[in-house]
Ligand binder design. Structure first.
Ligand SMILES: [Zn+2]
Length: 213
């Protein structure tokens, strides 16, 4: 896992980034340490039409059929000032149970795309298993392509564009190094077995304000 602030390598055993002092505990203090069930699409800003949401479900169905070990979750919502997009991505990868149909996959092959309609920013966070496959430079290129769509407010197109480009990259990675994507998915059963909560409902803010000290 890379530090969401400076991209240095940090491990889950390390509570603080050795390079910049980023603290995973501080993020947990803010967002909590409960696990949440992570839907494929969380539209906290309520910017996706029903038609677009349904279309994206089929796009993501296709994606998961082609890459059964991978899971992509898109989050659209305005973040509070003191939280960066990579912070939320980091937290979701660490506390989100990717859930689809009857199986939950471990987050090693998870991809979280976060888009903030107010800041007009987007950010990717990857699980460990994908970090060597989807490189930083490649993700930066995608984010550049998403910029005009974010400015237009075309979040559904932005998600679909991201899925299409990631699929293409995974396909060529599978051709280059077939063994990397050969690992079977880690199935941990239905997420409801784990007593997971769904992400908060769109009508309520996802993030609670920090506690006053
Ligand atoms: Zn750092």
């Amino acid at each position: 896992m890379n530090c969401p602030h400076c991209s240095s390598l940090i491990t889950s055993a390390q509570p603080v980034c050795p390079q910049c002092g980023f603290s995973a505990a501080a993020i947990r203090g803010y967002l909590g340490s409960d696990w949440v069930r992570l839907a494929r699409i969380t539209d906290n800003a309520q910017l996706l039409s029903l038609k677009h949401s349904r279309h994206l479900e089929t796009v993501l169905d296709d994606f998961e059929r082609r890459f059964p070990q991978c899971f992509m979750a898109a989050y659209v919502g305005a973040l509070p000032d003191n939280l960066t997009l990579p912070d939320l991505g980091f937290w979701l990868i660490n506390h989100g149970a990717f859930h689809t149909h009857q199986i939950s996959r471990r987050n090693d092959f998870g991809i979280v795309l976060i888009m903030d309609p107010v800041r007009q920013q987007a950010s990717f966070t990857l699980g460990y298993g994908l970090e060597s496959i989807l490189k930083e430079t490649f993700l930066t290129q995608i984010l550049k392509k998403l910029q005009p769509l974010l400015r237009k407010g075309s979040f559904a197109s932005a998600i679909e564009t991201a899925v299409t480009l990631i699929e293409k990259e995974l396909r060529s990675a599978a051709r280059r190094e077939p063994r990397q994507l050969d690992q079977p998915p880690s199935i941990i059963g239905d997420a409801s077995d784990l007593g997971l909560h769904t992400l908060r409902q769109p009508t309520r803010p996802l993030l609670h304000a920090p506690k006053a000290h």
